[in-house]
Design a protein around this ligand. Structure first.
Ligand SMILES: [Zn+2]
Length: 433
């Protein structure tokens, strides 16, 4: 049995250190939100619906409560660029102009059916069964629903006793972060749920996406009786979720199929157990190469081999999303989304980047399912642009306020003044208040 943090397969040399995708911080959404306080005081209180404020006041104090910090957007960007440059590695900027809306032009066709007026009985019957209007389960204002708010997609690597690199955590730090999330009404969904816009968390709670890269030994092992080892990342998630009435241990687990969970031979069984817990198995390639260094045929082979092997090991599991190794796209970006090789074919509905900001709501016109930003997990509140720092920003409200569910996956509820973010494709489900 391999212990946490001693899997002997240190991937530090190939981790995405310094390859951070930077959202343009000078845009309208990023620029106001970095003046941050915790608790109930926000620097941008006017943008927070009163009801959401009431909900927030009822919650436990946030991480690092009592501290006040002001940080200009330009400063954050400089810090990030400096951090990237310091590692001497590639920095890829993703500006809002690159985050192109992928949807087609909105369908202007009127959904109302043409009445015909011959007045026969069939028509009367039809009139008694109108197309049901989507109705939210609760008063959205009462729960502070805002389904155009941001969704944190957190990125985890290894648990290590010594804390490891900036990509890792101790088990205690990880437990602390999960409990904080659940205590503060975050409820896990998978990446596939996010990109399919199937966000089914209870009214008044906030979706969070927990992602795990590299299928390392510290993420999942089995006990002698075939259960998830409660000392591993995913075992800890199952254990802590069980302490809460309405928390499902959902996770998206991006596996390297040539190196499953320390290569102990239990890989197939571990994948099956994760799938049984409702966790998503995602593509992280077969060998974890930098896809930009490969030819088109090799890129497709790396991605197709992963999908074929997972399908072979866990036939019920569907690999629908990809986490790019090192956050790097192949030269031909379209091959990240779909392709084929001798191993088979693949089609990804969602693609995860490495950094460094929350994802827009999937109903926001800016949401691009094929370039979803993630936040590196880190409990240090001073670690700029990492999880504790970002969760404080999100909880403080303002332009990075969180997605808060109205409890009905069919309707999209939001304060009327944030309606300009809505992707026109979803206008018929909109419920502004
Ligand atoms: Zn990786």
């Amino acid at each position: 049995m391999t212990g946490i943090g001693s899997d002997g397969d240190d991937r530090a040399h190939e981790r995405p250190r310094g390859t951070i995708h930077v959202r343009d911080m000078t845009d309208g959404r990023g620029s106001q939100s970095h003046a941050v306080t915790t608790g109930t005081t926000t620097a941008d209180a006017s943008a927070v619906p009163a009801a959401a404020g009431a909900v927030r006041r009822a919650r436990p104090q946030g991480i690092g409560s009592g501290r006040t910090r002001f940080l200009g957007a330009a400063g954050a960007l400089l810090l990030l660029l400096a951090a990237c440059a310091g590692d001497g590695e590639e920095v890829e900027e993703v500006t809002d102009t690159e985050v192109e809306a992928t949807e087609d032009a909105p369908d202007e066709e009127d959904a109302a059916t043409e009445p015909d007026d011959d007045g026969d009985a069939d028509d009367e019957q039809a009139a008694e069964e109108p197309e049901p209007e989507p109705e939210p389960a609760v008063d959205p204002a009462e729960v502070g629903a805002d389904e155009l708010g941001v969704v944190p997609v957190l990125m985890y690597h290894q648990l290590r006793e010594d804390g490891g690199s900036v990509y890792d955590m101790t088990a205690e730090e990880y437990r602390q972060e999960l409990r904080w999330l659940f205590d503060n009404d975050y409820r896990p969904i998978t990446v596939t749920q996010l990109v399919r816009r199937e966000i089914d968390v209870p009214a008044g709670t906030k979706p969070v996406v927990l992602t795990y890269d590299d299928s390392t030994a510290s993420q999942a092992q089995l006990t002698a009786d075939g259960e998830l080892d409660p000392e591993t990342s995913l075992g800890i998630l199952v254990e802590i979720a069980a302490e809460y009435e309405d928390v499902e241990p959902r996770a998206s687990v991006y596996v390297i199929t040539s190196s499953l969970f320390g290569g102990t031979g239990d890989g197939e069984e571990i994948l099956r157990v994760l799938h049984e817990h409702g966790m998503e198995i995602g593509n992280h390639t077969h060998n974890h190469p930098n896809l930009r260094n490969l030819g088109n045929a090799e890129v497709q082979d790396e991605l197709a081999m992963n999908v074929a092997m997972v399908a072979d090991l866990v036939p019920d599991a569907e690999v629908a999303t990809l986490s790019l190794p090192l956050g790097v796209f192949p030269e031909d970006r379209s091959l990240a989304a779909s392709g084929s090789s001798e191993a088979g074919s693949y089609e990804h509905e969602g693609i995860l980047l490495v950094g460094a900001n929350p994802a827009p709501s999937p109903f926001d016109a800016e949401f691009d399912p094929l370039a979803i930003p993630r936040i590196r997990s880190n409990v240090d509140p001073d670690a700029e642009l990492e999880s504790t720092w970002w969760l404080e920003v999100i909880e403080a409200g303002g332009s990075n306020r969180p997605y808060v569910s109205d409890g009905n996956p069919e309707t999209i509820s939001f304060p009327a003044d944030s309606g300009d973010r809505l992707d026109p494709e979803f206008e018929d489900r909109a419920n502004p208040y």
